[in-house]
Ligand binder design. Structure first.
Ligand code: AHR
Length: 649
């Protein structure tokens, strides 16, 4: 049979139905346990994933801390008014604020938002500002406007304090607009200082003030993820050490969370994003809270004294690692410590006295070389001696094979590392050919976290990559191998998670958004089908007594789900012909006469989802008639099928 992924475009679809050998599922021979963490999420603030994306703040550069203090703001000039950027000494984390002086007349500042502001008819918007009067009396007149100036909502906010104070007001938008702007007009005569100008929709996830975009969190919640890895990704490492992610600067009051340049701002010359900064409104507390909301294990990844090796590759001398190690120990205290401890108390003060039950912690992101091992062992010793129950994630570098991988893999195995993080950004062919990758892994060695993977339609980091059906199908085939080897593979996550259509740097990505809409890619539906049909134990599924790993371009795995007493099958037909299979469920006396079948398919390998056709490639659900303990399944060409059948005692 020809490989469709190289020939289907030339040949078209054959559509021939083949008779196949029966597939056998040994229901009475359950194997490894599937970890609750098996299928999870990788989050990084890349592609405007956090600021401009998940974090629902609509004002860009709210504290004037971007490199250029007035970036995102436009002065609506008036000769009798002025704005001055001041830098105070007493608040080094957020030194800048603006002083507006006006002697009357129309004067204002307009914020352009993140590629505009997405606003919806009938939704309330909360504006707030930290301000103090210097002299006279000023009132802010707020105006949410369409690009053509049409007013969508207004409010007045008198500034009435001589000390720094938060002033806020809510107003409702009378229209829906993806590219709105906010005018802040200054009425009256006088001088006032302003900082932290903020605008949030009321309809955030769980209606939390200053919270997250509900549509995006809903897409994550629908996946029922087993873990949430955060905050990255290379963002953990930074372009240099000064730019590394420092969790302590992301907790506590918003106005003292130090803004940092986002490392993806200038990473790719072909996708420069000069206005990409991190405000950390989505900081470590919010990540833990999100993980809790999703029912996912939190998995923070910390800098291990190494900057991104694709950038400066700076390292901290081993003998000077203490502050980095201390950050890791303090993070465990922040997550799990009693409210009597310094960091546990901060968690409580932020609104979460109960612990977050952190069990997993990553030491470094995608590091490599002996310099990584030298630093990893220092972290491991310190963390394990104080918190032996915390399981550590270590890095196998950026590639799934080769010298760099071989070195790290060997060293980490000899160190008896808990969990090794493997990354694969590869072509669809690689995913199809590597469905057997873990079949021969050492069953007694470290566990595997497939921490970042995505099938690349063109090439790694190419802006031409697309989230095609072919890529998604190849991932589905590969994932049968992850599932079959759940005794070794304990966790897996596609990467990256989010991309803003007007602000991305890296493609492909699991979920695409603009200021108002979002959709899951075909890859999203593959991930979701796996994570919502996980099961609790691996079952052998064989053809001719052999694993089903690509012969006739068929891939399969099976699991048992103890709570529902169901057998769950995952079948990938990667060929360009439909295949009909009998599936014998061995060791089962009786099945319920109705099962469920989910099918994800497309006849176009290049099919993608889009804002206009968000569900072009998405699963259909059907009832499956079951007779006896045999199933007859016809698998469409290039399809991924999930079947659930219930065993009756
Ligand atoms: O997912 C995008 C990037 O790919 C991650 O930040 C990094 O870990 C990997 O190289």
């Amino acid at each position: 049979m020809q490989k469709w992924y190289t020939t289907v475009l030339a040949l078209g679809l054959a559509g021939q139905v083949l008779a196949q050998n029966p597939l056998v599922v040994k229901v009475n021979q359950p194997k490894a346990e599937i970890q609750p963490t098996m299928w999870g999420l990788f989050f990084e603030d890349i592609n405007m994933g956090a600021d401009g994306g998940l974090y629902a703040e609509l004002i860009k550069n709210r504290s004037f801390e971007f490199e250029s203090p007035m970036m995102g703001w436009k002065e609506q000039k008036n000769p009798k008014a002025s704005v001055l950027v001041l830098n105070r000494q007493d608040q080094p984390e957020n030194p800048r604020f603006i002083r507006v002086k006006t002697e009357g007349g129309k004067y204002g500042l307009t914020n352009e938002g993140f590629r505009g502001m997405g606003v919806k008819q009938g939704v309330g918007y909360d504006f707030s500002v930290l301000s103090r009067n210097v002299e006279g009396n000023l009132t802010l007149k707020l105006e949410l406007v369409k690009p053509d100036g049409q007013v969508l909502g207004t409010a007045s906010l008198p500034l009435n304090s001589t000390d720094w104070k938060k002033h806020s007001v809510r107003f409702t938008s009378n229209g829906t607009e993806p590219k709105a702007k906010l005018n802040v007009w200054f009425e009256g005569t006088g001088t006032a200082d302003l900082d932290m100008l903020s605008l949030f929709p009321k309809d955030t996830w769980k209606n939390r003030p200053g919270g997250l975009r509900a549509d995006l969190v809903q897409l994550l919640a629908d996946m029922k993820p087993g873990f949430l890895r955060f905050p990255g990704g290379c963002i953990v490492e930074g372009m240099d050490l000064s730019n590394r992610y420092q969790w302590k600067k992301t907790v506590g009051p918003l106005e003292v969370r130090e803004v940092a340049i986002n490392r993806w701002n200038k990473e790719f010359k072909h996708r420069l994003t000069p206005d990409y900064f991190q405000t950390f409104g989505l900081g470590f507390f919010e990540y833990f809270q999100l993980a809790e909301d999703l029912g996912a294990e939190p998995l923070p990844i910390l800098n291990c004294g190494m900057a991104c090796q694709y950038n400066t590759a700076e390292v901290v001398p081993v003998e000077e690692l203490d502050p980095y190690v201390q950050d890791a120990l303090d993070l465990i205290e922040f997550a799990n410590g009693s409210t009597d401890t310094k960091w546990g108390k901060l968690r409580a003060d932020m609104g979460h006295p109960a612990p977050f039950n952190l069990k997993l912690l990553g030491v470094g992101n995608e590091q490599w070389g002996p310099q990584y091992i030298d630093r990893y062992v220092v972290f491991e010793k310190a963390i394990k001696s104080k918190y032996p129950e915390v399981r550590l994630i270590s890095s196998a570098g950026p590639n799934p094979d080769g010298e760099v991988f071989g070195f790290l893999n060997g060293k980490l195995r000899s160190l008896k590392a808990d969990i090794i993080d493997e990354h694969y950004y590869r072509k669809p062919e690689w995913f199809l050919e590597n469905a057997t990758r873990y079949d021969d892994y050492d069953r007694n060695g470290p566990k595997i976290f497939a921490g970042e993977y995505a099938s690349q339609s063109k090439d790694v980091a190419s802006p031409e990559n697309r989230n095609t059906w072919l890529c998604a199908l190849s991932e589905a085939a590969f994932m049968t191998g992850l599932e079959r080897n759940a005794d070794v593979v304990h966790m897996a996550s596609y990467a990256p998670l989010f991309a803003h259509a007007d602000g991305w740097q890296w493609t492909p990505d699991l979920i695409w958004m603009n200021n108002l809409q979002s959709y899951g890619t075909p890859n999203y539906y593959v991930q979701k089908l796996y994570s919502t049909n996980k099961g609790t134990k691996v079952l052998p599924i064989l053809s001719n007594n052999q694993l089903i790993t690509g012969k006739e371009q068929l891939y399969a795995s099976a699991t048992w789900d103890e709570p529902t007493k169901e057998v769950i099958l995952k079948l990938v037909n990667a060929s360009n012909q439909s295949q009909t299979h009998t599936v014998n469920l061995e060791g089962v006396k009786k099945l319920e006469n109705k099962g469920k079948r989910f099918t994800l398919k497309s006849s176009e390998p290049g099919a993608v989802n889009s804002f206009d056709q968000p569900k072009q490639v998405s699963p259909t659900e059907e009832e499956l008639a079951v007779k006896g303990t045999k199933l007859n399944l016809t698998l469409a060409p290039q399809s991924f099928t999930v079947v659930r059948v219930k065993v009756v005692k």
